[in-house]
Design a binder for this molecule. Sequence first.
Ligand code: 9MR
Length: 485
Amino acid sequence: MTMRSPARRTHGRAARTAVGMIAAGLVASAALAGSAALAGASSAATMTLRTAADARGKDIGVALDPNRLGETAYRSIADTEFSLVVPENAMKWDATEPTQGTFTYTAGDQVAAYASSTGKELYGHTLVWHSQLPGWVSNLDGAALLAAEKSHITNLVTHFSGAVSSWDVVNEAFNDDGSRRQSIFQTKIGDSWIEQAFTTARAADPTAKLCINDYSTDAINAKSTAIYNLVKDFTARGIPIDCVGFQAHLILGQVPGDLQANLQRFADLGVDVRITELDIRMSTPSDATKLATQAANYASVVTACLAVSRCQGITIWGITDTYSWVPSTFPGQGAALVWDESYSPKPAYAAIVAALGGAPTPTPSVTPTPTASPTAPPASGCSVRYTSTQWNTGFTASITITNTAASPVTGWVLRWAYPSGQTVTQAWSSVTTQSGAIVTAANAAWNPTIAAHGGSVQFGLNGAYSGTNAAPTSFTLNGAACAVL
Ligand code: 9MR
């Protein structure tokens, strides 16, 4: 049976953009959007990842586990925040063809039905991958393996045709040095296994976009260059290939500086590009400083995609840290996603909305997030001037960040603690949230850069206080302490 869905037809980018533009024009609160999503509420006045991404004509995707859709918070966030879903595991070979020639689509169909019923795009993952293969595959010789590869692709692509708009046809085919990974497909079939996969997929659904996907290819390096050369070669020889996925399983503080340039060089070959599996891991436990850096890192990835017109969007590899693949693969690391284990949005949430051009946050967050005081290395490349004027119970503050370092800051998050119980009631020229005493101010979409050697940005806020209104005594910029002027 073929899975037909209206999603691809009715869920055009133009339609989503129109909705996003309306939402973007309203007074919006990124922080409250997270709370609204948690409560299952949805209002035209709230800015979500989806409304912000829609307004920019980009997809915002999530890796979905259909078994979690029964959880209210999981379902509510999936419903509200994302315009695209990719099955995290449900369409992999072991899930769909556990026995040769017997196809089981139950979980994949659940994801497809969810995408269709919620008006989301469905991204297929993944047709041929060395991992999560059922045991029977390893018993095949070269000719039988190629026949099995083609049969698997034909069956899946045909079944989901009309529902899946793009497929990761081939996943993780290269080593870090740019050589071919010595997978069972490579060793038994030889180099042609990749082009055979693409040609077979195109024959099964001529309208689905066909992508190659990999990790550690976010920078310009030997591995990404190998894929670049493959795209060039395929294009020259007429082998179908439409898109390249960059997984972006990143480490805190290590967003490649040439991510945008890398995406652009592929786009210049005439293929679409996409961030497909974004998460940003850190050593656990997290703290306020790490979460602020993570927020800035998420924003940089979004900014890089926005700068490349052929970048279709960004998919985050899950919703809550509770179900992330990271801690079991990298013991001692985690907290890589945008919602914490209580489904509270982390600072990355507001930073992504801001990077997408969401409206500044007029209201402080009421969402619990870690309240540890920022801990940071000694003051180095920044200074902060904080001035305020106050009346009975309210005040207006002006904050100027100066970058005294030799390189520009691209994407900033300033954090501080209010010493006497002040609360932010409104902010401008930043996306500002508050949790307990800790305030997190991220750049707005239009002021992400602070030039080197003395460049500065200024933003402001209104607040409430009672009794005393002492100024904050320390600030961190992207996790590093600043001098206080
Ligand atoms: O997140 C997936 C996890 O639940 C699975 O156990 C794992 C199996 O290998 O695959 C994870 O997803 C991977 C994706 O399919 C391909 N790129 C790397 C992802 C993280 O390992």
